[in-house]
Ligand binder design. Structure first.
Ligand code: IYR
Length: 239
């Protein structure tokens, strides 16, 4: 398809005809010493985070989960469409249905649907089809991606960069869970169409992550993993 001709944008400056109302944004300007201390401190805190498979069943108040979802939902998103939905489940019967359906799919996956290479990659992590955390954790939070939005008149509204936006929301939710002193496990039973079905979600939503949330169980262990060093995950082009 031919590209449309470039309009003469210079005529439109300095007024941006597309912008809505604006409000001041003036967070306190911290000293560079404080900035450095916070950057270092936040990394140290996040570096303590581990995905956990053994949860303490102690109930966690709904208000805590509400705040964690609020935190996740502060994520930036394509055209600010906020194309996510968090479903929070503490009902034991629903958790049991979700666990049974997830294990059903995982049995098929571990039983042959995953490639040999994939199963080899997972072996050091010790994962299996068995998902007791789905009933042991006090909450399951299911993050859905809204592939499109729904207008007030019922029409479809296009959503942009859905995978990126929902991925960022997941990261912020996971960081918030950790900051609160709780743990989670970003779990992706595949396929996970059963989650929309069990939770009665609309047609525009796809389950993206299933995250049990709670305290780690006493005596919980995790694989002895290292994180890639900075040099391996970054490159620098300094002036
Ligand atoms: N969804 C399966 C398999 C699995 C896949 C990856 I990639 C992991 O990092 C861990 C597990 C399961 O949850 O067991």
């Amino acid at each position: 398809m031919a590209e449309p001709e470039l309009p003469d944008f210079d005529d439109e400056l300095p007024h941006d005809p597309f912008s809505g109302p604006r409000v001041p944004h003036a967070p306190p300007r911290l000293s560079l010493a404080e900035v450095a201390a916070r950057a270092d401190g936040f990394h140290a805190e996040l570096d303590q985070r581990r995905s956990v498979r053994d949860f303490d069943p102690q109930p966690i108040p709904r208000t805590v989960i509400e705040d964690l979802i609020r935190a996740g939902s502060t994520a930036p998103s394509g055209a600010h469409m906020q194309p996510w939905h968090f479903a929070a489940v503490s009902d034991p019967a629903l958790k049991a249905r979700i666990r049974a359906a997830a294990e059903e799919e995982e049995k098929r996956s571990y039983g042959g649907r995953m490639s040999e290479e994939w199963r080899d990659a997972l072996r050091p992590l010790g994962t299996t089809w068995s998902k007791p955390h789905l009933t042991e954790a006090p909450w399951l939070v299911v993050l859905f991606s809204q592939v499109w939005g729904v207008r007030e008149d019922g029409g479809k509204r296009k959503h942009y960069y859905v995978a990126e936006s929902v991925g960022i929301a997941a990261g912020m939710f996971i960081a918030a869970v950790h900051r609160a002193g709780l743990a989670t496990l970003p779990h992706t039973p595949s396929p996970m169409g059963f989650l929309a079905e069990i939770l009665g979600r609309p047609k525009n939503e796809r389950a993206t992550l299933l995250m049990p949330v709670g305290y780690p169980a006493a005596g919980c262990t995790v694989p002895d993993l290292d994180r890639k060093p900075l040099a391996e995950v970054s490159s620098w082009f300094e002036g």
